[in-house]
Design a protein around this ligand. Sequence first.
Ligand code: 8YV
Length: 332
Amino acid sequence: MPATAPRPRPLVIVTRKLPDAIETRMRELFDARLNFADEPMERAALGAAVRECDVLVPTVTDKVDAALLSEAGPRLKLIASFGTGTDHIDLAAAKQRGIVVTNTPGVLTEDTADMTMALILAVPRRLAEGERVMRNGDWRGWSPTWMLGHRIWGKRLGIIGMGRIGQAVARRARGFGLSIHYHNRKRVHDQVEQELEATYWESLDQMLARMDIVSVNCPHTPATYHLLSARRLKLLQPHAYLVNTARGEVVDEAALTRMLERRELAGAGLDVFEHEPAVNPKLLKLDNVVLLPHMGSATMEGRIDMGEKVIINIKTFVDGHAPPDRVLDGAA
Ligand code: 8YV
């Protein structure tokens, strides 16, 4: 009997530089083509990648749209995305081509919730403004009436999107004396509501009008694009703060900027932007905002956990099983 030819290792193309430990493991397991440059791949290179690979590992900085997928070769059967959000991937187009899509849920929940809480504290307490004063050498000494922010304890926090991250934010916020309110497509389980002493608002409009701080923690989908539209932002009270660590597209950034400029809103903490990496230049001029470069999940531990999830998804798939974190099972 002829010996069975060993199954060739799958060609896995990874679009961005990943932690060393993850890259090493990928090379052990797969025919992994890595991107050492740590620059997003050009559109032409992405096209060449999908034509050739068995598995693509993209990140939020790659636009895996229908046009790109129309160039996919017959070998491409899995998109194992490095990240939880999948709004950079045209899921309908992938499904049509029978491509399985996976993500990395759960492992960046606590890190993203920490960053959300950091912004919830930083904006009302003017953390970044104070820091700028120090660095600019402008501190003239303590004053009873200078650099006054607003108290966190006792205020109302409205969470939009009560999934894993929303709940993790709520748990932290309770420790800071915030009362928890939320809006979600579905009301969460009774037990979770009780544990968090959370008030459900079926009407987002009504919730917005009553909150002191609003945190965006829902995914970006066609249904949540500009969920915080100009009309809805106007429902917020002028003393309210907005924090967004989810996706820029959920908020009408131009409308938000106008309101912040006119002080129709007290402030905002933004880790994500509508047209990343572009940031509305008007935002950069405002004192009442804290701006971060999409670093909500940026911990060494988190990135390794994400990479491990990607590896498990690929390995399970190439071994002929259903990968655990399927966003799409590939059945057209
Ligand atoms: C990730 C994120 O770092 O996972 C997500 O949805 O927004 C980020 O925190 C990024 O998506 C990696 O692709």
